[in-house]
Design a protein around this ligand. Structure first.
Ligand code: PLP
Length: 432
């Protein structure tokens, strides 16, 4: 069990920093040591969700074993402890993102809910007929559909920002599309299907010249490189805990404090009010007015532990390692006959989406699974990005800090086998 402090509400001391090696990270993550189909697991589905270090698992257990209570209500010790932990989690997220204050952080279920919150609250109040929302073609559906829906209601327009052939966001087209009509630009800090890392800082500065607001979807970024929302000058920034070694069902929205102050509540109920009567209801101050109902309290304990775990490593060393592993994987995959890798060569994260001639993506994933290698196949919730390449599906291997060159070698060996002989290393079934 971890220190009960995590669950009992004491912010974990920043912790002695640890020298980063992928092996050190792997040792902490129990599931990486299991087998799948008789082979040691190679988890290359980190873009979908990351695996959890024992520090996170133990924080959840410790919360329920020693500290479970609802928060912000109840005048007893455990309610106070749980509230303290929850608010320490908020402060940790603010620090992690370089946000100016904990009050600028709203806990959500994840990126999807955070974007919907902005669309429904800020969008409903600030978009109208003749307004444009600029959305790069590489966005995840979670950063397209909420804008389509609110644009329809408010009679604003969703304007796609095209990609260059290599999968980077066309900056010339972006500059041309910006105008006095632009109210909002949304952009991923890293693409979940092409790996592209757009020049978000520059895009934000340009958007601000037109007085447009900028929402950055950090779902695929925060685990891979340090983020500073103040330096980016983003108006909104979102991420999901489960993509950064924390539990599912918890995530966060950062909003520039002056903007958050002006936003009306989205969901309503308990926890978000100051007073309720049948004549007049008033709302709690930010950020609580955006957190209706009981939140994912244990999720915050897990998120706090995940952020402590990740930030105990030297983040620059983690980012450098992932960049070199990505370059290694790009070169290694190039040995597979016919394999086409999508996305730019540089300015990218380790999301490796590919096609193999004559092999359906689902078949590739299935064959790799037979070798204990988990990759994803399908449209990756980014159909416009795949359509840019004339595709409706592809296979995707996505890397994290605990992946190794040996694992990349196993991926490439299986793909070579599949490309050359038509089957991977799957052991023959008794019937065949
Ligand atoms: N944005 C991006 C870039 C993503 O990769 C994802 C998930 O894959 C999301 C948004 C949605 O995240 P969640 O399902 O955790 O809300």
């Amino acid at each position: 069990m971890t220190t009960p402090d995590v669950a009992a509400g004491q912010p974990q001391p920043p912790g002695a920093t640890r020298g980063f090696t992928p092996e050190a990270a792997r040792r902490d993550v129990p599931v990486l040591h299991r087998t799948v189909n008789g082979r040691p697991l190679v988890w290359l589905d980190n873009g979908a969700t990351t695996q959890k270090p024992r520090q996170v698992i133990e924080a959840l257990t410790a919360f329920y074993a020693a500290a479970n209570s609802n928060i912000h209500r109840g005048a007893h010790t455990m309610a106070r402890e749980a509230t303290q932990m929850y608010e320490a989690g908020r402060a940790a997220v603010a620090e992690f993102l370089g946000a100016p204050a904990p009050e600028s952080i709203v806990f959500t279920r994840g990126t999807t809910e955070a974007i919907n919150l902005v669309a429904q609250s800020w969008g409903r109040a600030n978009l109208g007929p003749g307004d444009d929302v600029l959305v790069p073609v590489l966005e995840h559906h979670a950063n397209i559909v909420p804008w389509q829906r609110i644009a329809k209601e408010t009679r604003a327009r969703v304007v796609p920002v095209p990609l260059r052939p290599d999968g980077s966001v066309d900056q010339d087209a972006y500059a041309d599309l910006l105008s006095a009509r632009t109210r909002l630009v949304v952009v991923s800090h890293a693409s979940n299907v092409l790996g592209t890392v757009p020049p978000v800082r520059e895009m934000t500065a340009l958007a601000h010249r037109y007085r447009a607001k900028v929402l950055v979807d950090g779902a695929q970024a925060v685990a891979h490189f340090p983020v500073d929302v103040t330096d980016l000058d983003a108006d909104f920034y979102t991420f999901s805990g489960h993509k950064i070694y924390a539990p599912t069902g918890i995530g966060a929205l950062y909003a520039r404090p002056e903007i958050l102050q002006t936003m009306a509540p989205w969901q309503s109920g308990g926890n978000m009010i100051e007073s309720v009567s049948f004549d007049r209801t008033t709302y709690a101050p930010v950020p609580h007015r955006f957190e209706a109902g009981t939140g994912h309290i244990s999720g915050v304990a897990g998120l706090l532990a995940a952020l402590n775990w990740l930030t105990a490593f030297d983040r620059a060393a983690v980012a450098d390692y992932e960049t070199s592993l990505t370059a290694y994987a790009q070169q290694a995959l190039a040995q597979v006959p016919g394999l086409e890798l999508l996305g730019p060569v540089a300015e990218r994260i380790g999301v490796l989406t590919f096609t193999l001639p004559g092999r359906a993506p689902a078949e590739i994933a299935d064959r790799l699974d037979g070798d204990g290698i988990a990759v994803r196949a399908g449209h990756h919730c980014a159909q416009p990005a795949l359509a840019h390449y004339g595709l409706d599906a592809a296979a995707r291997a996505s890397l994290a800090l605990y992946n190794t060159r040996e694992e990349v070698d196993r991926l490439v060996a299986s793909l070579l086998q599949l490309a050359v002989t038509g089957c991977a290393h799957r052991p023959a079934s008794p019937a065949s």
